[in-house]
Ligand binder design. Structure first.
Ligand code: TYD
Length: 206
């Protein structure tokens, strides 16, 4: 199998990390070279930008600034890490990508279309082969996430923000059904795995 770019998306508490581990295992068992990364992050510079973005002390950050720093972190990781790995034929599993910016900055912060424009510069047109959207109602996700530690700057936003993010994901999934697979994240971990597995097997036969 050649290079494959897989992304996971969803609100807080959707259970992305558990499924990422599973997808990694799935490909390792097939002896593929598979690398997991996250956004914002994955490279030294992107991780520095991540700290700026998630720092609770940066409460005065403007929405446009936030959007551009996410895009800057992405521009760096796409060029330094993701594209070269894909060119070597590796499988990249990325926790969040451009869809997060569309949902959080485009819908959550109401920045709209400019988010896609800036991000097409950031990615140089790179798009995931497949995206799993772990769909969970923000209220349920928020309760789950609250159990796992101190909320970061984005997690501290009100429920209205998180519902706008949710609407954003819904719109993306409706617009791009071939790429974005909606997975009901309220199901059991095992059911979610099975659903993801069936999509991965389909990919293998493409
Ligand atoms: P992280 O701890 O990785 O969150 P999670 O575990 O929920 O994935 O923090 C990333 C935060 O940044 C998360 O709240 C979503 C947000 N985010 C954006 O607002 N825009 C983006 O483009 C990305 C990649 C993340």
């Amino acid at each position: 199998m050649g290079g494959l770019f897989i992304t996971l998306e969803g609100g807080d508490g959707a259970g992305k990390s558990t499924q990422i581990e599973y997808i990694e295992k799935f490909f390792k068992e097939k002896n593929c070279v598979v690398v997991c990364t996250r956004e914002p992050g994955g490279t030294r510079i992107s991780e520095m930008l991540r700290n700026i973005l998630l720092d609770k002390g940066n409460a005065e950050m403007e929405a446009v600034t936030e959007m551009m720093i996410y895009a800057a972190a992405r521009a760096q990781s796409v060029r330094e890490f993701i594209k070269p790995a894909l060119a070597r034929g590796e499988i990249i599993i990325c926790d969040r990508f451009v869809d997060s910016s569309i949902a959080y900055q485009g819908y959550g912060r109401k920045l709209g279309e400019m988010v896609s424009e800036v991000n097409s510069i950031a990615t140089g047109g790179l798009r995931p082969d497949i995206t799993f959207w772990l769909d969970i109602d923000p209220k349920i996700g928020g309760v789950r996430a609250a159990k796992t530690g101190e909320p970061d700057r984005l997690e501290r936003e009100n429920l209205g923000f998180h519902y706008r993010v949710y609407e954003g994901y819904k719109k993306i999934a409706e617009k791009e059904p071939d790429r974005v697979k909606r997975i009901d994240a309220t199901g059991s971990i095992d059911d979610i795995r099975k659903e993801i597995r069936s999509y991965l097997e389909e990919l293998g036969t493409r």
